[in-house]
Design a protein around this ligand. Structure first.
Ligand SMILES: [Zn+2]
Length: 85
């Protein structure tokens, strides 16, 4: 049983690529690979010519900005992790 609708879960990948402009509007971001939540100032690595953020904790490009429709908490990140990994 998913807490988040599967349709929404699928949208997560759209927010984790080419997301630097969204991240600039956010304070926090969460990674649904390692499930950490961090300050966007911690992001130092990017990919896709600087357009996609890499997680500062695990280096995977699964970073969701808090401006996305997802509530950034452990439950959300755990659900997304189960679906995508
Ligand atoms: Zn991570």
């Amino acid at each position: 049983m998913w807490l988040i609708k599967e349709m929404d879960i699928k949208k997560a990948s759209k927010y984790s690529i080419y997301n630097m402009s969204e991240l600039e509007k956010s304070d926090k971001a969460g990674c649904y690979y390692c499930k950490s939540i961090f300050d966007i100032s911690e992001i130092s690595e990017t990919t896709d010519n600087g357009k996609t953020a890499m997680c500062p904790k695990c280096g995977i490009d699964s970073v969701l900005p808090d401006s996305s429709p997802f509530k950034l908490d452990k439950n959300t990140l755990t659900e997304l992790n189960k679906y995508w990994f």
